[in-house]
Ligand binder design. Structure first.
Ligand code: ADE
Length: 245
């Protein structure tokens, strides 16, 4: 798939693109391009935003600037883009990103992500150029870059071959294999640390029982409960402070 991220801070993605699963996805032929709105602004002084009509705090990303950046990238009037690809405006008030939406986006051949800054976008950008508004949670970040990275991360790790072991994606939280529930608990060596023992079934080598146990754990977590054998040992009373006089 091809992902284009429009941003004022393309360098913010440097660390992200070096992550293993992202690098794997890119090596497999997927593409992640960054477009700096400022490189295409028709305004002087590389201006990209302006004060809101009607007053109020903050700055708003300008529609003419976003239009120029989209035109430069796609060589078409951006009002035509929504019929050609998903154009997503990252917006705290948008549709909440969940696994179903990630699956939907991961199946697209091309995505355009528009990061906003300051007070966000001139509404006409979203109305005329975007197909979706997507939120990564009901809180406000200083800009859309982190949200864009979250979308890219979630979508790219779903691409076959991006994760080292395909089982990671098949049997993870919210997958069909776990009936849409959260993932079961994992343990590794040592099998006993301070008396905190790994559930015996996981050491049994009995694959069917392990699968059954894991599904039961996932179901219990989905129900908001903890399955009995992951319950922490009852807390001991704190040791009385030793007084030194
Ligand atoms: N931009 C600022 N906050 C955001 C959020 N929570 N989700 C998506 N985009 C954002």
């Amino acid at each position: 798939m091809q992902i284009d991220v429009f941003t004022l801070f393309p360098e913010a993605f440097d660390w992200f693109v070096s992550q293993r699963h992202v690098a794997n996805a890119l090596a497999l032929g997927h593409e992640l391009h960054r477009v700096n709105y400022r490189d295409h602004t028709p305004l002087s002084g590389r201006q990209v935003d302006d004060t809101p009509f009607g007053g109020g705090a903050g700055m708003v990303l300008r529609v003419d600037v976003v239009e120029a950046a989209l035109r430069a990238r796609y060589d078409t009037d951006p009002v035509l883009l929504p019929s050609q690809r998903r154009v997503i405006a990252l917006d705290p008030g948008g549709r909440l990103l969940d696994d179903a939406l990630v699956d939907e986006l991961a199946a697209q051949p091309a995505l355009t992500l528009l990061s906003g800054r300051y007070e966000g976008f001139d509404e006409r950008i979203v109305e005329h150029f975007a197909t979706d508004r997507v939120s990564i949670g009901r809180y406000v970040l200083a800009g859309g870059e982190l949200a864009a990275m979250v979308v890219c991360d979630a979508v790219l790790r779903k691409q076959p071959g991006a994760l080292g072991d395909e089982r990671s994606a098949r049997e993870e939280s919210f997958s069909a294999a776990l009936e849409g529930g959260p993932e079961y608990p994992h343990y590794t060596r040592p099998a006993d640390h301070r008396g905190w023992r790994v559930p015996e079934v996981l050491l049994s080598g009995h694959h069917a029982r392990i699968a059954e146990w894991r599904l039961a754990q996932s179901r219990a977590r989905a129900a908001g409960a903890k399955a009995p054998d992951t319950l922490a040992a009852p807390a001991r009373a704190p040791r009385a402070p030793t007084s030194r006089t």
